[in-house]
Design a protein around this ligand. Structure first.
Ligand SMILES: NC(=O)c1ccc[n+]([C@@H]2O[C@H](COP(=O)([O-])OP(=O)(O)OC[C@H]3O[C@@H](n4cnc5c(N)ncnc54)[C@H](O)[C@@H]3O)[C@@H](O)[C@H]2O)c1
Length: 342
């Protein structure tokens, strides 16, 4: 844990979500007081969110409130009552493809909701506001690795546009009201109890339903499509290391910074799929192989992501370490146990 000065109350939004759950658990294990909020929406199976919450509710220092960050009145009341010193905003409508089908959810949670968090931090000052941005802000940028100083004004999905907007809004509020804030561009996060809407989880579901997996890549897939997959524990470590590193206002510079948190080791999608087959084979004790169907890339998808982690390392000394095979093995072991697969 970091050396935060006050650090009395941590507010984690999206606490029943994938990353929010692991972060809350780590903070609780370190003896911190955590207020978790989440609207428990049904974007993916609510049972999984409830399973995560049930685990968090074992800790005395944890309080949960089911609420929507887009509801300004309840957000203000929450801040007034609990006066959190560290706020970590992970609640959002996630997913690139779903932003094509249901754009409204993104405006409500990611724009209105985030605006409410900023307003609450304005009236009830915090030591540090940390919020989730996304690697998707890099759009179809070609220069790799992606660095925080790169030009990111060409988003290719509404999801990415909302995340880039969050960075702009946070900078503005930091400038106007001196809210120390840090935006985190996460790169494809995976792990046990992860998000069923993400490819690796969907591939496992398809396999056990005896259906082929669909790989959306009409390019030369062996050479082109790759992702910087980041194991959830590395994301959480990165956040924990950054909590005590609240940026300070300097002459001409608002107290706002943005960091990549990625693995800095992009993997071709096909290698990732092979690693998942191997991990599931190990968990099941028999060799398995997915049936594969190739389809064109989906609108809003980006061909490649690759994080520079120099800034993160420079400020915290930390760099994600987990290999794809180790991380996927943890996912596969959890999956076959949780869903009782043979
Ligand atoms: N997982 C990734 O690969 C990844 C990559 C880049 C960025 N992110 C960002 O990190 C954050 C956490 O992602 P995750 O993977 O844990 O997603 P998640 O969907 O598992 O968690 C988000 C949680 O927020 C809750 N939520 C959504 N809208 C809300 C609202 N209006 N009010 C209250 N609660 C609300 C959801 O019910 C969910 O439990 C998100 O902001 C996401 O955009 C994730």
């Amino acid at each position: 844990m970091g050396q935060e000065k006050r650090g009395n109350v941590f507010l984690i939004t999206g606490a029943a979500g994938f990353i929010g759950y692991y972060l809350s658990k780590q903070l609780l294990e370190a003896g911190k007081t955590v207020i978790g909020i989440d609207n428990l929406n049904d974007y993916y199976e609510v049972k999984l969110k409830e399973t995560r919450l049930t685990d968090l509710e074992k800790y005395n220092q944890f309080a949960f409130f089911k609420m929507d960050i887009a509801d300004k009145e309840v957000m203000m009341a929450l801040f007034e009552e609990h006066k959190p010193s560290i706020v970590i905003n992970l609640a959002a409508q996630a997913g690139v493809r779903y932003s094509i089908e249901n754009p409204d959810a993104y405006i409500s949670s990611n724009i209105t909701g985030f605006f409410n968090i900023l307003e609450a931090c304005r009236f009830y000052p915090v030591e540090h506001l940390i919020y989730a941005s996304s690697s998707s802000v890099y759009g179809s940028n070609k220069k790799v690795p992606f660095e925080e100083t790169d030009f990111v004004d060409n988003p290719v999905s509404l999801y990415a546009a909302t995340k880039k907007s969050n960075e702009l809004m946070a900078h503005t509020y930091s400038h106007l009201y001196n809210i120390p804030s840090t935006g985190l561009r996460f790169f494809t996060v995976y792990g046990p109890m992860g998000r069923p809407d993400m490819a690796y989880f969907g591939f496992a579901n398809k396999f056990f339903n005896n259906e082929p997996i669909h790989i959306y890549n009409d390019r030369d897939f062996e050479n082109d499509l790759y992702r910087d997959f980041t194991f959830v524990d590395d994301i959480v470590q990165g956040i924990l290391k950054l909590i005590p590193e609240a940026p300070k206002k300097t002459a001409g510079q608002a107290a706002h910074r943005v960091f990549n948190i990625g693995n800095n080791q992009p993997v071709k999608l096909m290698a990732f799929i092979t690693a998942l087959e191997k991990a599931l084979s190990n968990s099941l004790g028999r060799d398995i192989e997915f049936e594969k169907v190739y389809e064109p890339m989906k609108p809003g998808d980006v061909p490649a992501t690759y994080a520079s982690t120099d800034q993160l390392q420079h400020v915290t000394g930390f760099k994600p370490q987990t290999t794809i095979q180790d991380g996927l093995q943890k996912f596969a072991d959890w999956y076959v146990t949780y869903y009782n697969k043979k």
